[in-house]
Write a protein that binds this ligand. Structure first.
Ligand code: LLP
Length: 448
């Protein structure tokens, strides 16, 4: 077993945990609920969301936006981060808009109580059914992703006009690709020249799309959009992208009523991650838009931000139980838990880093260098490769903070794992957001 004594890290990493996290006598609680007791009652893997953290992250964003931008604004949550129906209802009650990318997300949003004028439909390959639904509902915006889709949507809209002359042309945005590369994992970059997303400025397609949409009686072009990627910690590319959107619009005599630089602002998963503040992002984006409008003498557009991770990530904590602990032939120490890549694909897909804590022995110092892995039949099934943990043994509980975004929404049934129970925690209140999946009662089992 490799043992090293390393410098103590701050214990516990409170900045990564939900805002209601407290610890006493070595035990961690969230919204007043002891995590060890929750794990025993509900079983692991278990995910918990802290309602207060979602509320405070949204309040911080709203406040930053109101302080930085004098025009109209809107915050639309990127549903892909996590959108279980009961979670969606919580967000609808907070007055958010939502950006959806599939019929599934669209239907959940509707049922959860989001009005059509709060919905944006995104996606690089929307189906006819998705576009028809968006046309029928008259969504706040359909975000057109290509020239091909622009023609397709127009043909559907023209069809929708037949026999229904009162139907208004759909409000559309164009998703523009500026050709900018941001500092994040390659699989999360979406604004560079070689991406499948959006309409490139390079080569004139974006200009052509603006002209086409402006001239079509069946389309109502109201806005421009770009989304550069996800887990971005620098503001420069956002500012540059906004300048490029305006240069494009100016050249085509188009004044956007609405403008969105997307989402993508980063969240810290480890204490050594960059910590550029949310306010810096919001102020930079707001200032860039205002500068462009001042230059043209145009009124300010409605500014729409599309955070996913920012609203969901820190609220969520994953809880696992330690099983096998062993040492491999080369001396590497392995700690395996009862979840892994089926509920959290992010380490395998993006080499994402996390911080693990022992919620029932918070004072214990991380002294053991281990690979924290899951139980799935893949060598890439890491939760944290090469990390420091306090000594743990079978039966101990481990918590992974910052587990609220892109984990459950990307979860699978690999090895026929059941998707975990998800709880919504408030003081004196526990609500089940998702019951543990039951493979034996899954729909495909009773197919005759
Ligand atoms: N707007 C659009 C058009 C998007 O495609 C996305 C995310 C967002 C907004 C929200 O981005 P956020 O604020 O959450 O970074 N699975 C990856 C992240 C994929 C992001 C996909 N698009 C991960 O786990 O890191």
């Amino acid at each position: 077993m490799k043992r090293e004594v390393l410098p103590e890290r701050e214990i516990p990493p409170m900045g990564l945990l939900p805002v209601t996290a407290r610890w006493s006598d070595g035990r961690l609680s969230i919204a007043g609920h002891d995590l060890g007791a929750l794990a025993r009652e509900w079983g692991t893997p278990l995910y918990v969301y802290d309602g207060e953290t979602v509320r405070q992250e949204l309040a911080a964003l709203r406040q930053a936006l109101a302080a930085a931008y004098p025009g109209l604004t809107e915050i639309t949550y990127a549903a892909k981060a996590y959108f279980a129906p009961r979670f969606a209802s919580k967000l609808a009650a907070l007055g958010l808009g939502v950006d959806v990318v599939s019929l599934g997300e669209l239907h959940v949003a509707q049922r959860a109580g989001f009005a059509p004028e709060k919905l944006h439909l995104h996606g690089n390959n929307k189906s006819a059914a998705e576009l028809r639904a968006a046309l029928e509902l008259n969504l706040q915006a359909i975000v057109v992703d290509s020239l091909d889709e622009l023609m397709f949507l127009e043909s559907l809209a023209r069809g929708a006009h037949v026999g229904a002359p009162v139907r208004r042309a759909p409000r559309i945005w164009l998703r523009i690709t500026p050709g900018l590369t941001v500092d994040t994992h390659a699989y999360r970059q979406t604004g560079h020249h070689a991406t499948k997303f959006g309409i490139p400025i390079a080569g004139g397609q974006a200009a052509e799309a603006i002209r086409y949409a402006q001239n079509s009686p069946y389309l109502n072009l109201v806005g421009l959009h770009t989304h550069l990627g996800s887990q971005i910690h620098e503001v420069g590319p956002y500012v540059e992208a906004i300048q490029m959107l305006y240069a494009l619009a100016r050249a085509e005599n188009f004044t956007p009523e609405e403008l969105s630089p997307g989402g993508g602002w980063h969240v810290r998963y480890t204490e050594d991650a960059p910590d550029t503040q949310l306010e810096t992002w919001v102020q930079s984006v707001a200032a860039a838009v205002q500068a462009e409008c001042q230059r043209d003498g145009n009124p300010l557009p409605r500014l729409i931000l599309e955070p996913g991770r920012w609203l969901a990530a820190r609220a969520g904590v994953a809880l696992y139980t330690v099983g096998t602990c062993k040492t491999s032939g080369d001396g590497t120490r392995w700690v395996a838990v009862d979840g892994g890549m089926a509920d959290n694909l992010r380490p395998a897909l993006y080499s994402a880093r996390y911080t693990a804590i022992v919620p029932e022995r918070m004072e214990d110092v991380p002294t053991e260098r281990v690979n924290l892995v899951g139980k799935f039949c893949e060598s890439g099934d890491f939760l944290i490769e090469n990390t420091l943990l306090p000594p743990v043994a079978r039966g101990d509980l481990l918590a992974l903070p910052v587990s609220g975004a892109y984990q459950l929404s990307m979860a699978s049934n690999y090895n026929l794992a059941e998707r975990p129970t998800v709880l919504w925690l408030k003081e004196d209140e526990i609500e089940v957001l998702q019951p543990r999946e039951d493979i034996l009662s899954a729909a495909w089992w009773n197919s005759e």
